[in-house]
Write a protein that binds this ligand. Structure first.
Ligand SMILES: N[C@@H](CCC(=O)N[C@@H](CS)C(=O)NCC(=O)O)C(=O)O
Length: 211
């Protein structure tokens, strides 16, 4: 079997790296330098026409989009390891949280960033839109905090659902959003970060960016 993972440290590709570590998957890792535009070479675009990381090539088949990659890995390699539930209601619950993290929560975070962050030109910022995005983010955080109250993980034990939701929470923390009001969420996020697989992925990324 051949598995090649194209990624950049401290990017959207981190969630896939964490999942590969959780699965203990032997794979070739190819670091892509976004500053050098390495996702826009003809060779790379031939594998991923979006010109983005992450990209996984499994036995010659390119798979892009982190949700697709991680669910694919979960289905093939994760069920036996308990990282992804067997088909049935528990799998539905896992998919629900993965979709929620990447569609509902990430959409609100992206909207908030477009209207507040220095990564986007100030003249494109809209105060009312920023206010609405902030309210939507905190509504999501309340939902998550409530779902985690009285339990260690979103499902029975750590799964892809936790890895995905926590990767968006990491993004919010990086953007210095105050998460302290959400105590169950914070305790859970610490449990996710204490996992050896998460530690290995972050240590590798940190070493690559000199953090
Ligand atoms: N929805 C995509 C987003 C991928 C994405 O935006 N990747 C960024 C890094 S965070 C990228 O590769 N940007 C390079 C570019 O646009 O040139 C996924 O989850 O895979």
């Amino acid at each position: 079997m051949s598995l090649t993972f194209y990624y950049s440290p401290m990017s959207t590709a981190m969630i896939t790296d964490v999942v590969l570590e959780e699965l203990d998957m032997p794979c070739e890792r190819v670091v892509i330098d976004l500053k050098k535009n390495q996702t826009h070479t003809p060779q790379y675009l031939g594998l991923n026409p979006n010109g983005k990381v992450p990209l996984l090539v499994h036995d010659g088949t390119p798979i892009w989009e982190s949700v697709a990659i991680t669910l694919y890995l979960g289905e093939i390699f994760g069920v036996a390891r308990g990282l992804y539930p067997v088909p049935g209601p528990e799998r539905g619950a896992a998919m629900k949280w993965v979709a929620w993290a990447n569609v509902t929560l990430a959409e609100a975070v992206g909207r908030w960033m477009r209207n507040t962050s220095e990564y986007y030109p100030a003249e494109q910022h809209n105060a009312k839109a920023a206010e609405a995005a902030t309210a939507d983010i905190h509504q999501c955080l309340r939902i998550l905090d409530q779902a985690l109250t009285g339990r260690d993980f979103l499902l029975e034990g750590f799964t892809l659902a936790d890895a995905h939701v926590n990767s968006v929470i990491d993004w919010l923390r990086f953007m210095q959003v105050d998460l302290t009001p959400y105590s169950s969420l914070n305790a859970w996020s610490q449990r996710c970060a204490a996992r050896p697989a998460y530690g290995r992925a972050m240590a590798r990324a940190g070493a690559a960016v000199g953090a």
